[in-house]
Ligand binder design. Structure first.
Ligand SMILES: *Cc1c(COP(=O)(O)O)cnc(C)c1O
Length: 230
């Protein structure tokens, strides 16, 4: 049961670690069940799917005649975001965790300026030995944060990262250590940002206990809560 999984995670996670329930590929009913078990933050990785779920919730509110139903649900975006899809995502999310290029950051900033909004984001460095080319280098993160004041419509909230997909615990540890080091140096080199730059989003179903050892403030857990994705 989804509610059992949620309850068990809450009894296990330290109070300093927030649970983000990754609901991608699962139906809205699964989100509802998790919500009724006390979960509030949900993450999606595809713009179309996020939008469909946001609309489904609006429909349910209309059917129930209760505009406040699930009013305090929060959506995060955690997937690769193309700059032509911003309007499908940015109006609905409280955090974009997966800002993985300068081009995307600039596009989000422009969207924020055009829409009178400040968008909270995490920067995603590339540390895992994966085939993907997405993600900032540590040097790029440092350079973005040095020019943070140029991004008037961005709120820099921290770092999001993924470890290499492997069973080798030493590789996962080394990836989390690298992400932690990037997070720590960002905070110490940019004290003006440090008050907001507080999130280290690391840890998924298979590796979240390790991520917590490395200082995770936010774990993103999907399959452990909702089961395998179709
Ligand atoms: C799918 C996904 C997760 C959740 O993965 P699980 O192994 O199902 O917990 C976390 N983070 C990102 C970026 C994802 O795409």
């Amino acid at each position: 049961m989804i509610s059992d999984k949620i309850n068990r995670l809450y009894s296990e996670l330290p109070a300093t670690v927030r649970l983000v329930a990754v609901s991608k590929f699962h139906p809205f009913e699964a989100i509802e069940e998790a919500y009724h078990a006390g979960q509030r933050i949900f993450a999606e990785s595809r713009p179309q799917e996020l939008l469909a779920k946001v609309r489904r919730l609006e429909e349910i509110r209309a059917e129930r005649g209760d505009s406040g139903y699930m009013a305090d649900i929060e959506w995060h975006f955690i997937g690769h975001l193309q700059t032509n899809k911003l309007k499908m995502v940015l109006p609905y999310v409280s955090l974009v965790q997966s800002v993985d290029s300068l081009r995307l950051l600039e596009a989000i900033n422009s969207w924020g300026a055009a829409n009178g909004k400040v968008i909270p984001v995490l920067l995603e460095p590339h540390v895992a030995a994966e085939e993907t080319k997405q993600g900032f280098s540590p040097e790029e993160i440092a350079s973005v944060l040095s020019s943070a004041s140029e991004y008037q419509n961005i709120l820099f909230k921290g770092i999001m990262g993924m470890a290499t997909f492997t069973d080798d615990e030493s590789v996962i540890r080394s990836d989390f250590a690298s992400l932690r080091a990037i997070f720590d140096s960002a905070r110490s080199n940019h004290p003006a940002l440090a008050q907001d730059f507080t999130e280290l989003s690391i840890g998924m179903s298979d590796d979240y206990p390790l991520a917590i050892e490395y200082g995770s403030t936010m774990v993103r857990i999907g399959s452990m809560i909702f089961g395998q994705r179709g």
